[in-house]
Write a protein that binds this ligand. Structure first.
Ligand SMILES: Nc1nc2c(c(=O)[nH]1)N[C@H]1C(S)=C(S)[C@@H](COP(=O)(O)O)O[C@H]1N2
Ligand SMILES: [Mo]
Length: 323
């Protein structure tokens, strides 16, 4: 997210990015070169066809798999927002080793017939992890493509038999000073909290992730359990969840509470609704080459490209008002 410094470009995109890029250049070269050499082993270079002639592979109909090129694991696990471990982009990767992800339990409360404290395995049972490849678009204007493993949130929630009064689902992250050095600083009013309307939570795209790139989630990406809501700005995808409550009222969410003019409850990716301090029309993909962190600017799509799957949830709503 942005640092609370009023300026046109979020401060987090300037200094930490430059530092990050310099560090990355040092570690990136040795890895990238042999891979490129392998890919090029067919011999003489051919002139590539013009970009327009190449048919773009398409996403799966259900939205579960985008055909976009995945971000490198090194970038997805080292360029992070997880303020409980610091507000710099490389703070979480450096600091999150102190998070103890096992044993882990999730408290389920509120408007449901089944509530209580569940060990993580029991909480997720009996659902086996599925593979999804989603775009994630941060409100700051960068985006990634991440292969996740996880289960549809709706499949998990149904087991707790939400009552007819359950209109929303509220999520809470662990807030433990001993494990999370960022908790000492009042960057947000801890614990980090997020929420979804019930139908958003039940949409098959909404994922409870336990892994990425075929490995358990790195701590800095929200181990052992995080939400992934691909059509909303990244901050809705709350990490290291310890509590889920079914509620009748719209729950308080951290970024909305902290800067209500800037971050709405819905926070659907919407190129037509500018952030008060910057445009949301375009984004830069974190597209890993050894020397360049960001690819060229591309247009941001309504609902982050998931309109076919989710636009109907918002029929009749004024999305400028309910941003
Ligand atoms: N608990 C918690 N969850 C969080 C955040 C955070 O600071 N704390 N940052 C959010 C933001 S702003 C983004 S963009 C995504 C980043 O996820 P990634 O680091 O796995 O790419 O996590 C979201 N979830
Ligand atoms: Mo974000």
């Amino acid at each position: 997210m942005n640092n609370p410094i009023p300026q046109d470009i979020p401060a987090s995109q300037i200094t930490p990015e430059a530092v990050y890029r310099a560090r990355r250049q040092l570690i990136g070269f040795g890895l990238a070169t042999p891979l490129l050499a392998l890919a090029g082993c067919a011999g003489a270079e051919e002139t590539p066809p013009p970009a327009a002639a190449a048919a773009k592979p398409s996403d799966s109909k259900d939205g579960f798999r985008t055909a976009d090129e995945p971000t490198r694991f090194e970038d997805a696990s080292q360029y992070n927002n997880f303020y409980e471990f610091g507000t710099g982009k490389d703070d979480p990767a450096r600091n999150a080793h102190t998070l103890r992800t096992s044993p882990w339990s999730v408290v389920v409360g509120g408007e449901a017939e089944v509530t209580g404290t569940f060990a993580l395995d029991d909480f997720l049972k009996p659902h086996a992890a599925q593979d999804r490849i989603y775009r994630l678009r941060c409100v700051e204007g960068w985006s990634m493509v991440i292969p996740w493993q996880g289960v549809s949130l709706g499949d998990v929630l149904r087991r707790f038999k939400p009552t007819s009064r359950a209109k929303y689902v509220a999520f809470t992250t662990l807030a433990d000073r001993g494990q999370m050095p960022g908790i000492r600083f009042p960057a947000l009013d801890w614990p980090y909290r997020e929420g979804l309307r019930m139908d958003e939570a039940m949409n098959p795209l909404t994922l409870l992730a336990t892994g990425m790139y075929g490995k358990p989630l790195p701590n800095q990406n929200g181990a052992p359990l995080r939400l992934v809501v691909p059509w909303k700005y990244g901050f809705k995808s709350i990490k290291s969840i310890v509590r889920i409550d079914f509620t009748e009222q719209m729950p308080v969410t951290s970024w909305n509470q902290s800067q209500p003019e800037e971050y709405g409850f819905y926070s659907n990716v919407n190129p037509d609704v500018d952030h008060p301090r910057w445009s949301q029309r375009t984004e830069r993909r974190i597209a890993g080459t050894a020397s360049k962190l960001f690819a060229e600017r591309i247009a941001t799509l309504p609902f982050n490209g998931y309109a076919a799957q989710v636009a109907s949830l918002y029929k009749g709503m004024d999305l400028r008002r309910w941003f």
